[in-house]
Ligand binder design. Structure first.
Ligand SMILES: C[S@@+](CC[C@H](N)C(=O)[O-])C[C@H]1O[C@@H](n2cnc3c(N)ncnc32)[C@H](O)[C@@H]1O
Length: 248
């Protein structure tokens, strides 16, 4: 009986390294511990619900890890964010975290090339009562950002921009969002440690997709470190998030 229970527990734990390997947490047990001991206030039950619902989605590994979602919520509250952009929504874990953290009249412009993912998580966003804060636009983010930048009123209008989409476009996004975020505002680039591969030796046995985007992530990191318009802070939360505070 005890052996069966152990096996069951093992089965539940297996998979973190495979499915959520982008997290820096190397141990399945530690990951599980974080999930079980993260205190989501009552009104954030919806985050747990969204995670459970999408857990079996084949691309579930794309969702923002729980520790990072919690961090984002705290950060947004600390900077009193009201007007934000999210590039790369997927099923909406980071989007729901953001929506819960913003005030009632807060707004998020949410961009994703695929609305199907968003629609999957939407019922939970609606149940959480925060859909009114979200303006979802389907399509490649670059032309949508170009359109925003054209209008003077949008420049410096955003408190926070979260970038979590196609890694080979991050530098292109940076060129646009730096104009949209206000001086003193923040841009957060996700996955800047890229599963730890940014420090892997050139001959390291990396998964194909990790290898494919590694060069782009390295290029972004170097660019951000030398960009005099921002000050940066790279945090080992989730798969690494680089916060850029616009200073000029
Ligand atoms: C890593 S997932 C985002 C995860 C999400 N932030 C979350 O918490 O679940 C990346 C998303 O970027 C979207 N994406 C990829 N290329 C894009 C593009 N060119 N423009 C807009 N969205 C894009 C994908 O459709 C996918 O939903």
């Amino acid at each position: 009986m005890a052996a069966n229970n152990n096996q069951e527990q093992q089965n539940q734990l297996v998979g973190h390294k495979e499915l959520a390997h982008k997290s820096l947490l190397e141990s399945d047990a530690l990951y599980q511990y974080i999930l079980e001991t993260s205190v989501f206030p009552r009104e954030h039950e919806s985050l747990k619900e969204l995670r459970q619902m999408t857990e079996k989605h084949p691309w579930n590994l794309m969702a923002t890890p729980a520790d990072e979602g919690q961090f984002l919520m705290m950060l947004l509250k600390l900077i009193n964010a009201k007007n934000t952009i999210e590039i790369g929504v997927f099923t909406g874990y980071s989007l729901l975290s953001t929506a819960l953290a913003l005030p009632t009249d807060g707004k998020i412009l949410a961009l994703d090339v695929n609305r199907e993912y968003y629609d999957l998580g939407l019922p939970i966003i609606q149940k959480a009562g925060v859909e009114h804060k979200i303006d979802f636009k389907e399509g490649p983010a670059l032309p949508l950002l170009d359109e925003l930048v054209k209008h003077e009123k949008n420049k410096g209008a955003y408190d926070f921009v979260f970038v979590d989409a196609d890694k080979d476009n991050y530098l292109n996004y940076h060129k646009r969002v730096i104009e949209l975020v206000k001086v003193g505002g923040l841009i957060g680039y996700d996955n800047t440690l890229w599963g730890g591969s940014v420090v892997a030796p050139p001959d390291a046995p990396l998964k194909d997709y990790v290898k494919h985007f590694r060069g782009h992530v390295l290029e972004l990191n170097k660019y951000l470190a030398n960009d005099s318009r921002i000050e940066i802070c790279q945090l080992p939360v989730g798969d690494g998030i680089t916060l850029c505070r616009r200073i000029i």
